[in-house]
Ligand binder design. Structure first.
Ligand code: SF4
Ligand code: FE
Length: 483
């Protein structure tokens, strides 16, 4: 199969027998569930845009491994241009969905696995790189969506995986068989996992020699026996079940997270990419996190574009667009958003080839990128709320607006400028609410803080990559200090 259409993608997920739970019950048909469907639609956009001639160059690429045109989300980066195009593609998707479109974690796991498996094989003579290449080409040929699962529940943060009171708090191997391994554990906060055909599991931290069973990486289909998901609650999630498209703000797109449990899951030998090589766990984590921190310089910027646009529209509808402080706030929002984009592009432009041949981003700049993402969207949200006004959280429901008795009053008293309908004004305010406080805020605000690693994780990397000794030497040279 070549590239899938959006419709083919939806049907391919429908055919999978995934075990999904929400509100204590199994969801029989996740694809048609009103709370879950918007997140599927966001991933669908990665397929739909790839079919459009105007986006073909950004969304697709000829794979050097299969020789065929593949979706960029399954691509192994071959140049710094590929790295930059990745960020541009993510900005575009953020603009089109105003949500997390989820498919990036697989792409980032692909590129981290590609180089790490190569290096493990070089040291140990294992066959992980060959295993991974076979899997990667299968995903490219079938245009699959892959989840990249890294974050373990982690239990007591002061203890190593093997030292936890409950051994399952980090995913680990519980049985080794001639034909493969059996694993147990869980991965938390998995955005898009229920919209993925396959999942790549990776360790979540660097490991010592005692953590051998925990240094494991592999890929399995998402409907493998023993895997099940518990969907996370979001503020306003049940608003999607009320039948009011207007009240949701962004009715078509969204993202949901799941606690994903691996309850004695069998992994065949040819799907294993790491199995006990503890000293490479850190390398895989650092590379995956680095790529995903680059990603945030694209996706969050695209969502930021929508939020800045929405704030500007709200100002127009309020009749406040000409006020100098409003103009200045929009400039500030743009400045912050483009600063994030600068970081995404910079860490890509400064990329370099790994020993295996694919391209890595500049790790220091990617971590600076994500560190800024933990801050700037919060300020952008603050300014958007400032411009929007309190009505974004006090406006009556669509049902009131449509009511025979109340509708005329809501229409009369909540109108801004006369040329614009009250309905349009309420719609734009609901979108701002959705992005700042509603279901999309998970993907725009809190995910900006914790996704791809919480702020402290980036500060550790910045300390490691910042080369303070070099800076001290520079200062001493200028000051003519000889020691
Ligand atoms: Fe992609 Fe951004 Fe979602 Fe990560 S947070 S999967 S980079 S859209
Ligand atoms: Fe994320």
């Amino acid at each position: 199969m070549a590239l899938m259409t959006g419709e083919q993608y939806i049907e391919s997920i429908r055919k999978m027998n995934m075990e999904v739970y929400m509100f204590g019950k199994r969801v029989e048909c996740p694809v048609d569930d009103p709370i879950l469907r918007p997140s599927l639609n966001s991933v669908r956009m990665t397929y739909d845009l790839a079919q459009m001639p105007e986006y073909q160059e950004l969304m697709t690429v000829i794979s050097p491994y299969t020789g065929k045109r593949v979706n960029r989300f399954t691509h192994i980066h071959q140049s710094t241009e590929d790295l930059r195009n990745k960020v541009k593609m993510q900005r575009l998707l953020g603009q089109k969905t105003a949500a997390c479109f989820q498919r990036c974690v697989g792409m980032d796991a692909f590129n981290a696995e590609f180089s790490t498996t190569y290096e493990i094989d070089k040291k140990y003579g294992t066959h992980y790189h060959e295993n991974f290449r076979k899997f990667m080409m299968y995903c490219q040929e079938n245009d699959l969506t892959v989840d990249g699962a890294m974050t373990d529940p982690k239990g007591d943060r002061s203890k190593a995986p093997h030292a936890q009171a409950d051994p399952d708090l980090f995913l680990h191997v519980v049985e080794r068989r001639p034909d493969g391994i059996v694993v147990r554990g869980a991965k938390a906060h998995q955005t898009g996992v229920l919209n993925s055909h396959e999942v790549i599991v990776m360790p979540t931290i660097s490991m010592g020699p005692d953590d051998k069973d925990y240094a494991v990486s592999f890929a399995v289909p998402m409907d493998t026996k023993g895997i099940f998901m518990v969907i996370g609650r979001q503020s306003c999630d049940t608003r999607k079940c009320e039948g009011s498209e207007m009240d949701v703000g962004n009715a078509e797109f969204g993202g949901v997270e799941a606690l994903t449990i691996f309850d004695d899951v069998f992994v065949p030998n040819d799907r294993i990419f790491m199995n006990g090589e503890t000293e490479f766990a850190g390398m895989l984590v650092e590379r995956f996190a680095g790529y995903h921190r680059q990603s945030y310089g694209g996706c969050k910027v695209g969502v930021g574009d929508v939020l800045i646009g929405a704030a500007a529209v709200a100002a127009d509808y309020n009749g406040a667009a000409k006020a100098s402080h409003v103009k200045d706030k929009l400039i500030e929002m743009t400045h912050l958003n483009e600063t994030l984009y600068c970081c995404g592009i910079a860490c890509s432009a400064e990329g370099y080839p790994t020993e295996s041949g694919n391209y890595m981003i500049d790790l220091l700049l990617a971590n600076v990128c994500k560190q800024n993402v933990t801050r700037f969207p919060y300020e952008i949200v603050r300014l958007a709320e400032d411009i929007a006004g309190g009505l974004m959280v006090t406006a009556p429901s669509e049902a009131d607006f449509r009511s025979e008795k109340l509708g005329p009053y809501v229409d009369k008293y909540l109108r801004g400028v006369t040329a614009v309908s009250t309905e349009s004004r309420l719609r734009i305010l609901r979108l701002i609410e959705n992005l700042c406080l509603g279901t999309a805020a998970v993907g725009y605000r809190t995910e900006s803080m914790h996704g791809a690693g919480s702020p402290q994780a980036q500060r550790i990397m910045i300390a490691r990559q910042g080369n303070l000794e070099h800076k001290k030497a520079l200062a001493k040279a200028i000051a003519h200090i000889e020691e």
